[in-house]
Design a protein around this ligand. Structure first.
Ligand code: NAP
Length: 317
């Protein structure tokens, strides 16, 4: 069976940047992506905080170019879900649904996935009024009312985006102050279409085939009340942006982690020789496209150096 130099698990910004760097260094590089390239960034409509992205840059447009760039430098891309890994030893083994892959070094860039509210009705009405992706589903709510749950950067940015479609956007936040960056907050406060439901949580989502109402709770008084869809509309949207959890179950007990996030040093080395981690899967303070891409570049360079040391070959990055 073929042994790649570097296998990258995940095709988001960290994985694609790692692919670019290792491919460009003439490493035989495999990128494994389970579903859709781009990870969380594909749900982002406006990407104004990636250096050089000024106008009309969306998550998908940036990712499209990153994929092309990885291809340009000869990366092999396979769509497969990695279900098990053997990371000890000089040759690492990755088991997927479609096959088994071998590599001298592995870069884990499996990212994170949206957190659920966890209330009754949420699962049942996902795709029927409940959404985790404004870019994907905003158009369904043209001239309707929508509610956005959360108070971080994602919730507030997506609420602003949703105002392009919905006639009214209400941010439901469990506290009385947003977590989002001040600059993002200011835009939301200045937007006439955005209202706030402070100190509020969603306790239950109700409906009949589609969302028609929800029960919300005042976190201060403990009182609950039902919010009904406007009679003429018959429904409303609930967009949930309350953070992310790492996609790391298959690495449990195999690399050092904290709360599901993989621990690395500043050069992306995990505690296992030849195994690196990059992007949102790492324990780190700032999870952004720019930091994911930077992590990926460092991880690939370090993986190249690791192989060079192991084999005495010349690594050019
Ligand atoms: P986040 O910053 O962790 O914020 C999560 C928000 O959801 C918080 O306001 C939190 O409330 C609330 N929340 C958490 N669990 C909840 C629950 N069970 N019920 C109700 N509310 C709950 O997550 P994020 O906004 O998804 O952002 C994730 C990371 O991506 C952050 O580092 C963020 O800076 C970054 N990001 C950046 C940008 C940008 O810079 N343009 C855009 C999107 C995301 P509390 O405030 O009370 O904890």
């Amino acid at each position: 069976m073929k042994t790649y130099d570097i296998a990258i698990i995940g095709g988001g910004p960290a994985g694609l940047a790692a692919g670019l760097y290792s491919g460009r260094a003439k490493m035989d590089t495999l990128i494994l992506e389970k579903q859709k390239y781009g990870g969380q960034i594909v749900t982002t409509d406006e990407l104004e905080n990636y250096p050089g992205s000024i106008k009309e840059e969306t998550g998908p447009s940036l990712i499209g170019r990153m994929v092309d760039q990885a291809d340009k430098f000869g990366c092999t891309r396979i769509e497969d879900t990695v279900t098990d890994v053997e990371l000890e030893g000089d040759v690492k083994i990755l088991k997927g649904n479609k096959g088994e892959y071998r590599a001298k070094a592995v870069i884990i860039t499996s990212g994170a996935t949206p957190t659920n509210i966890g209330c009754p009705g949420e699962k049942e009405f996902t795709g029927k009024g409940v959404s985790y992706c404004a870019t994907c589903d905003a158009a369904f709510f043209e001239d309707f009312e929508v509610y956005v749950v959360g108070g971080g950067d994602a919730a507030v940015e997506e609420a602003i985006y949703l105002t392009k479609f919905a006639r009214k956007v209400t941010i439901i936040h469990r506290r009385d102050a947003l977590r989002a960056a001040r600059s993002i907050q200011d835009k939301a406060f200045a937007n006439d279409k955005i209202e706030f439901m402070w100190n509020t949580t969603v306790e239950e989502i109700k409906g009949d085939g589609i969302v028609t109402g929800m029960i919300v709770k005042d976190t201060k008084s403990g009182e609950t009340r039902e919010v009904f869809a406007d009679e003429e509309d018959g429904t409303f949207g609930i967009f949930v942006f309350i953070g992310f959890k790492p996609i790391s179950a298959i690495f449990e007990g195999k690399v050092d982690m904290e709360n599901g996030y993989i621990l690395t040093d500043e050069n992306m080395h995990t505690n296992i020789p030849g195994v690196f981690a990059a992007g949102d899967i790492r324990k780190k303070s700032l999870r952004q496209v720019v930091t994911a891409a930077a992590d990926g570049a460092i991880a690939a360079t370090e993986a190249g150096r690791y192989i060079e040391e192991m084999e005495g070959t010349a690594y050019k990055y």
